[in-house]
Design a protein around this ligand. Structure first.
Ligand SMILES: [Zn+2]
Length: 123
């Protein structure tokens, strides 16, 4: 399954390929890949600090759709690896954003529900 998810992610023709969730590749499991790391049953506990507004795109929404999404600047990620062992780590910056984006997918949400659409930046 992970191989298949990686293949779907790397078959995308645009974007920075930061992450993908299992349901985007057709698997009904709480698994996602964030910056190359496989997260099984991930949970994210955000800081109570005020959120940053991030500009995000999504492979499920097409390359012209850009969304402003409020994201916690950092938080605590818990997950199992593919052997079932639990890990915990404080994540911030890009990693925290990608984690929140992929966990939204696992909860059946995308930037459409979490943010608001804005004009794509000119290239
Ligand atoms: Zn997405």
């Amino acid at each position: 399954m992970v191989v298949r998810m990686m293949r779907v992610l790397h078959s995308q023709k645009w974007g920075s390929k930061l992450g993908i969730s299992a349901n985007q590749a057709g698997f009904p499991y709480r698994v996602c890949i964030v910056l190359g790391r496989v997260l099984v049953n991930p949970t994210f506990t955000p800081t109570k600090a005020p959120p940053n507004t991030m500009l995000e795109g999504c492979y499920s929404l097409g390359m012209d759709a850009v969304y402003e999404v409020p994201r916690a600047p950092y938080g605590w990620l818990k997950w199992q690896d593919t052997k079932g062992e639990w890990h915990e780590e404080k994540v911030k910056d890009v990693k925290a954003v990608v984690v929140q984006h992929e966990l939204d997918h696992l909860d059946g949400k995308s930037c459409v529900e979490s943010g608001k659409r804005v004009q794509a930046p000119k290239k």
